[in-house]
Every structure is written in C-alpha cells, then in structure tokens.
Design a protein around this ligand. Structure first.
Ligand SMILES: *[C@@H]1O[C@H](CO)[C@@H](O)[C@H](O)[C@H]1NC(C)=O
Ligand SMILES: *[C@@H]1O[C@H](CO)[C@@H](O)[C@H](O)[C@H]1NC(C)=O
Ligand SMILES: *[C@@H]1O[C@H](CO)[C@@H](O)[C@H](O)[C@H]1NC(C)=O
Ligand SMILES: *[C@@H]1O[C@H](CO)[C@@H](O)[C@H](O)[C@H]1NC(C)=O
Length: 293
C-alpha cells in the first residue's frame, strides 16, 4: 500500500492546460511524489527520439525504450540509475513503421514480455500492430525474435499509448487534438490468431489539453494505478481496487509532478510503484525520476 495523504487539488475540470488553475481545497486521497530529479543523460547517440519507456520485471533497474518513427526494429535497455544504454536488442520478424510506445507485462502465464506498439500514423496511416517479445535473459547486445503479434483496426488514426495490465490485457488510447483519445481494450484472442481484430470503442479519455495527446502511458505492475503522459503533464489515476481500466480512464485524473522535456512522450512506473520515470526526445536527453514521498 502506498501512503495516502490530503493534498490541494484543482477541480477536475481544471485538468486542462494553457488555462488558469482554480484550486480548491478538497479532501482527496492521492499519493505524493517529489518534484523529480535528473538521473543522467542518455549516452548513446543512437537513441535520439525516445518515444516509449517501460521497466523490466526481471532485470532490476533496466528500462526498455525505442526510437520514434524512422529507426529500424530495435529496442534499447537503459540503466535506470545512470541513463547509460546497457544493450541494444534487434527485434527480429518485426517491422518498424512508427513505434510509439512500449510496455512490459505477463505472457505465457508466469513469464514476462515486452509489448511494442507500431501504431503511429507517421503521415502514411498507422500499421496497428502490437508485437510481443519475451524479456531477454541477459542484458547484452543481441536479437530477440517476436513471440507473437496482434493486428487490429479501429476508428482512430494514430496511437501513442500502449498499456498492459497484470493479467496481460492490452489497452490503447488514440492520440487526438485536445487529448480526448479513444480508449480501447484489445481482446487477447487476437494474439497469433492470424486475423485482424476489429476493435469497437466509443469511450474517451477525460482530459482536455491544447495539443495532440496523450503521448504514452503505463499501468503499474500491481495494476493499482495508471500514468498517462501528455505534452505538458503526467496524469495519474488510482484504480481504487477496480480492474476496469477503460472505465477508470473516463474519470478525471490527478496531475503529478513533471519536469518539462523536449517532446516528452515516454513515461514508466518503477516496478514497485514507488516512483516513475520520464524521458524526452532528442540527443542525450535527460532521464528523470520522481519518487513517492
Ligand atoms: C521470421 O522470418 C523468417 C525469415 O523471414 C521466416 O522464415 C520465419 O517464418 C519468420 N518467423 C515468424 C515466427 O514469423
Ligand atoms: C513457469 O511455469 C512453467 C510451467 O508451469 C514451469 O515449468 C516453469 O518452471 C515456471 N517458471 C518460473 C520462472 O516460475
Ligand atoms: C551494442 O550495440 C550498440 C549499437 O549497435 C553499439 O553502439 C555498442 O557498442 C554495442 N556494445 C557492445 C558491448 O558491443
Ligand atoms: C479513487 O478514490 C479517490 C479518493 O476517494 C477518488 O478521488 C477517485 O476519484 C477514485 N478514483 C476512481 C477511479 O474511482
């Protein structure tokens, strides 16, 4: 359990950006995180447009990340204590049109997999493929073959947010101007089915921004909370014991501390839920960490 305290919170309607905040004191339970600190800067010039981030469940202090569109099919293992790139993994049997987010979650019962979303538009329409690879045994340069892939269609053009819950269920949120992206749960029957899953959704994220949002997200390994990254903020939802991620994402979030980054799209929970990381795009970008206090 994370400690709960009372905080000064803006009204739900004020989770909008570029507008004034009208704070009001209400009793609200929410975790409090510090204002963040820079861990280091990414040392590899090959990781120059990080667009997703997820923490390994099997290797302590390892974060997986990847470049935005334009790179080949590969992911980077970043040391969460230094921002040093420890290894690069080529993902075989996968293509990269516009990889926009990455998540780590269970697969095959007791194993853990890395999930990669080739869901970005990149000007030519989204591929809408999610790849799954088993987490590597060792963090050293190598290749990882895909374990499975899921193809889907839906009523959205572009998606930067992929999340996986503790039972391996996949959730995506489309990127739209103003942030009210379409939220969808993709049924697990789509993995390796050989056919395309048609996802129906008419539920939207309950936020209001002045940019194309959201840009990334992560469900904590316990499944108890959600983070979503927008251009200007990190947003938080407490599941309060619910397992219905789609419904909870339709409620108003709480805004958490965030140090402004250049095109920051990447957010990840620390595996124990006691902190989170953000990473922006650009050469030698800083990796930031925010701790539960
Ligand atoms: C991976 O690619 C190779 C070579 O293109 C192909 O022979 C093989 O069937 C592919 N495997 C899967 C699982 O798609
Ligand atoms: C995972 O489950 C399989 C089959 O139940 C078992 O053989 C294997 O040892 C388990 N692995 C771990 C790491 O617990
Ligand atoms: C691992 O691969 C990266 C990128 O391809 C390269 O820059 C780095 O030198 C390699 N590291 C080792 C230890 O070979
Ligand atoms: C969770 O509980 C808190 C505190 O009671 C409440 O503010 C919040 O809206 C709840 N969230 C959901 C998704 O029910």
């Amino acid at each position: 359990m994370i400690p709960l305290i009372c905080i000064l919170l803006s009204t739900a309607a004020d989770i909008s950006f570029g507008s004034y905040l009208r704070p009001r004191l209400i009793l609200e339970s929410s975790p409090t995180f510090d204002n963040g600190r820079q861990i280091g800067t990414v040392d590899s010039p090959e990781l120059k447009e990080a667009s997703g981030l997820a923490a390994s469940r099997t290797h302590p202090n390892i974060l997986y990340t990847h470049n935005d569109h334009g790179d080949r099919s590969r992911i980077f293992a970043l040391d969460a204590t230094t921002a040093h790139v420890r290894a690069v993994f080529e993902i075989t049997n996968a293509t990269s049109h516009d990889w926009e987010d990455i998540a780590v979650g269970p697969c095959h019962g007791n194993e853990t997999c890395i999930y990669i979303a080739d869901t970005g538009n990149a000007g030519h329409g989204a591929r809408n493929i999610i790849y799954r690879v088993l987490e590597p045994d060792t963090i050293q340069n190598g290749s990882l073959p895909i374990d499975s892939q899921l193809h889907f269609t839906w009523n959205a053009q572009d998606c930067d947010t992929l999340m996986v819950d503790p039972s391996g269920e996949v959730y995506i949120i489309s990127n739209v101007n103003g942030g009210k992206g379409l939220i969808a749960h993709i049924p697990r029957s789509g993995w390796d089915s050989g056919s395309t899953v048609h996802v129906n959704s008419n539920t939207h994220l309950s936020i209001s921004t002045s940019h194309p949002d959201p840009l990334g997200g992560d469900i904590s390994p316990s499944g108890d909370e959600i983070l979503v990254k927008t251009r200007e903020s990190v947003l938080f939802w407490d599941m309060n014991g619910s397992k219905d991620y789609v419904s909870v994402l339709q409620t108003h979030p709480i805004r958490l501390p965030y140090i402004s980054e250049h095109q920051g799209e990447a957010v990840a929970w620390q595996p124990d839920g006691r902190g989170y990381y953000t990473l922006g795009e650009g050469l030698h970008s800083p990796l930031y960490h925010y701790s539960l206090v």
